[in-house]
Design a protein around this ligand. Structure first.
Ligand SMILES: *Cc1c(COP(=O)(O)O)cnc(C)c1O
Ligand code: SF4
Length: 333
């Protein structure tokens, strides 16, 4: 069967057409406008694609997708230990757009933008605008890779790197493929979940068109984020030979139950996606109300281990500044 590809520019329209007005969002969902918060909105804008809004249950103020995107009053309450730059990213940049923390993998900030603004994201305070890989910065990044022969994998991250047009991605991947010490190309993205039309023929060709082995890590937190359009998008990626994994963030009020996590792993696997990481929250100012203690998180994953095959249990992890890799909360997992 031939794949049915979306129009090549439908996603760009969806991106521009995202909802940014909380009152519009709440009215669409038949919810009272008092649910939003102007100060939180001013600190970090609301942005949610209409494709994703269609998966929010109308009339439910606790909907797990709504809670990820709606600016709320709790965000403005300072909590000790929660800061603007919890991962010390600002110190790990050898040059604009390049984050090299782990020996053999380098993270390249392909785009500062995102299709969605997730309230728990550390990006809410990070100056991405000054830190992306346009023109001359891209050449500098390539030179950086050339002078680091220990690198084996380039990771396109962001923001969301797939906000970048296919033609530019294709050139970037081709440039990376010329670095003979690189073996793998990884993309970290939430776009196939929030705007499934992003998985165009041009994108798939760009990712699979070189000798680099492509891996795509999705970001999906709740099974309700996956509908038929997402299933089809994932199918297009997998059919092209791309390895597809998922990382999620553990969020209070959204996905902290055993049932939800089990359903997330099972739903992903039905689409051919393996769970990779389940991250505990980065202590970013404005997101403290989503936090789950380490003890609760470990208990949750222990319960998942008892009711799922090992390959469907995500690794519970945290990023600690200065460590040579992500840190697992359950060593040996
Ligand atoms: C998370 C991260 C990676 C990738 O780590 P993996 O454990 O391989 O998924 C690479 N570089 C940076 C800077 C990261 O934050
Ligand atoms: S898609 Fe990822 S980078 Fe963008 S706001 Fe959400 S969590 Fe942050």
């Amino acid at each position: 069967m031939t794949a049915c590809w979306p129009a090549h520019d439908a996603w760009q329209h969806a991106l521009r057409n995202a909802i940014t007005d909380p009152n519009e969002l709440l009215a669409k969902l038949a919810l009272p406008v008092q649910l939003g918060d102007a100060a939180a909105l001013a600190q970090f804008a609301l942005r949610v694609p209409r494709e994703l809004v269609a998966r929010i249950r109308p009339g439910d103020p606790e909907d797990p997708i709504l809670l990820q995107v709606l600016p709320q009053q709790q965000e403005m309450i300072p909590v000790s230990g929660f800061s603007a730059d919890p991962l010390a990213e600002l110190g790990a940049n050898p040059m604009p757009g390049v984050v090299h923390k782990y020996r053999d993998r380098v993270l390249l900030i392909g785009s500062g933008g995102c299709a969605i603004n997730c309230r728990y994201c550390f990006r809410r305070h990070f100056p991405y605008q000054d830190n992306q890989l346009g023109g001359e910065h891209w050449q500098q990044a390539l030179t950086y890779i050339d002078t680091h022969p220990e690198l084996e994998e380039a990771i396109l991250s962001g923001g969301d790197p797939l906000v970048t047009p296919d033609s530019r991605l294709k050139r970037m991947v081709a440039d990376l493929a010329q670095r003979s010490h690189l073996k793998r190309l990884r993309v970290h993205t939430r776009l196939p979940i929030v705007i499934p039309d992003r998985v165009t023929e041009g994108l798939v060709n760009a990712l699979t068109g070189t000798r680099l082995k492509p891996v795509l890590v999705l970001h999906c937190n709740h099974p309700q984020e996956i509908d038929d359009s997402v299933r089809d998008a994932i199918k297009r990626l997998i059919r092209a030979g791309i390895t597809v994994l998922n990382q999620a963030v553990l969020l209070r009020g959204i996905n902290e139950s055993v049932d939800t996590q089990k359903a997330l792993s099972e739903t992903l696997f039905e689409c051919g996606v393996l769970p990779y990481y389940l991250f505990v929250l980065d202590p970013v100012a404005g997101a403290a109300h989503f936090d789950i203690s380490d003890a609760e998180a470990k208990q949750l994953v222990a319960k998942l281990q008892a009711c799922l095959p090992g390959y469907l249990v995500p690794r519970l992890a945290r990023e600690i500044p200065g460590e040579p890799s992500k840190t697992l909360l359950l060593p040996g997992q």
